[in-house]
Write a protein that binds this ligand. Structure first.
Ligand SMILES: [Zn+2]
Length: 332
């Protein structure tokens, strides 16, 4: 399995438009949209970003746009409205809350309202996915391969979208194991984004970054996108971190380094194996990278294992143990 994810129809449609119009960041989405509808600013839309009238009617559709939002948010809204105009099955009048599943640090997360029915939300999600691929085109993301996260974030600034929108698009192009956290000045999580096939160690928005999340990473750092701080981390994957040493050997070496008396050493051995076994059985998948991440997460939450988890060999152990659970190596 590779990191490829299924392409939604609206994403394929966006990619075609990008290729046909040769769109590159920063995409002039206002000019693009005005070819298809009339745009009127309206100060009385309340919390809605925009309302689109007259989809699929004879006359040119009309978009009422809330101007009381940030430039980046308005750009995303315009691309989102373009989706409603160009996706054939989007018809009628639609009141829009782009990216309402996200919280960008300035607006409130959208409250559940009568219009947040499942059908409505799926149209909105489709429009968001389309907008993302227009403003942060896939072929632009492909040019970021090989760059560090820090370097890529600098290049991404040319898209002129919010940090949440940029990191959401970028994370989708990263290889399994990567996670990106957009944080405020005091490291409160504004939004979090994971590469395909990556396991969350329990990320939550609206809380200060938990050191336990970061302790499970084999590599991590901090980048800046516009005026936002981005914490990135990469957790283990079976592909790039495979370990050939048997887990028992790794665990022995690890415990030898702790210099414990025999009873304490034995107790710790049992605790670690118990944590690993229960993390394995609680995992919904047999993918070794996911199981290794689950072992690291579970161990990081046990106060008595703080010193052990801090040892770099513990990650090797977790990978080797996960691989043995998955049958990659004989559990000798
Ligand atoms: Zn919409």
């Amino acid at each position: 399995m590779t990191g490829a994810t299924r392409l939604h129809p609206e994403q394929a449609l966006a990619d075609k438009l990008v290729a046909r119009l040769d769109l590159r960041p920063p995409v002039d989405v206002g000019a693009l949209l005005s070819q298809f509808c009339d745009v009127v600013q309206d100060d009385f839309l309340g919390n809605a970003d925009a309302v689109m009238y007259g989809l699929l009617e004879e006359s040119k559709p009309l978009l009422l746009l809330n101007p009381q939002k940030s430039e980046q948010r308005i750009r995303f809204t315009l691309a989102h409205e373009l989706a409603h105009l160009l996706i054939p099955w989007h018809v009628g009048t639609i009141e829009c809350h782009p990216l309402s599943n996200d919280y960008d640090g300035t607006n409130q997360p959208a409250e559940e309202s009568s219009s947040s029915s499942r059908g409505y939300r799926s149209l909105e999600d489709e429009a968001d996915r389309f907008a993302s691929r227009i403003l942060v085109p896939r072929r632009f993301l492909d040019t970021l391969r090989g760059l560090s996260v820090r370097e890529a974030c600098v290049e991404l600034e040319s898209t002129n979208v919010s940090a949440t929108a940029a990191m959401r698009a970028y994370s989708d192009s990263l290889s399994p194991g990567y996670a990106l956290l957009v944080v405020s000045d005091n490291d409160t999580v504004i939004s979090w984004h994971m590469a395909p096939q990556t396991v969350s160690p329990g990320f939550r928005r609206g809380v200060v970054v938990d050191p336990a999340w970061l302790s499970t990473a084999v590599d991590r750092g901090r980048a800046t996108y516009r005026n936002r701080s981005v914490i990135w981390m990469r957790s283990v994957t079976s592909l790039d971190e495979s370990v050939s040493v048997p887990w028992r050997t790794l665990l022995d070496e690890l415990l030898d380094g702790q210099q414990l008396r025999p009873p304490a050493r034995e107790a710790l051995w049992k605790t670690i194996n118990g944590v690993a076994a229960s993390a394995n059985s609680a995992s919904a998948t047999s993918d070794p990278s996911a199981v290794a991440a689950a072992i690291l997460n579970a161990a990081a939450r046990r106060p008595e294992l703080v010193q052990v988890v801090a040892d770099p060999r513990f990650k090797q152990f977790a990978i080797a143990r996960a691989m043995s659970f998955a049958g990659f190596a004989k559990p000798n």
